[in-house]
Design a protein. Structure first.
Length: 48
């Protein structure tokens, strides 16, 4: 429980939290439905 509390305290710091949130949003934007579908089709084409 102490480790969780420390992690929460750490993430409450805007200087830590905001860059992490920005990076997470950027990463999430890379995985669109269109891109995922295209990548899956490439995999299927290699298999067949």
């Amino acid at each position: 429980a102490k480790a969780i509390a420390e992690a929460i305290d750490y993430l409450m710091n805007p200087k830590v939290r905001e860059p992490m949130a920005k990076a997470a949003r950027f990463l999430a934007e890379q995985f669109t439905q269109e891109r995922n579908a295209t990548e899956m089709l490439k995999i299927y084409e290699k298999i067949i």
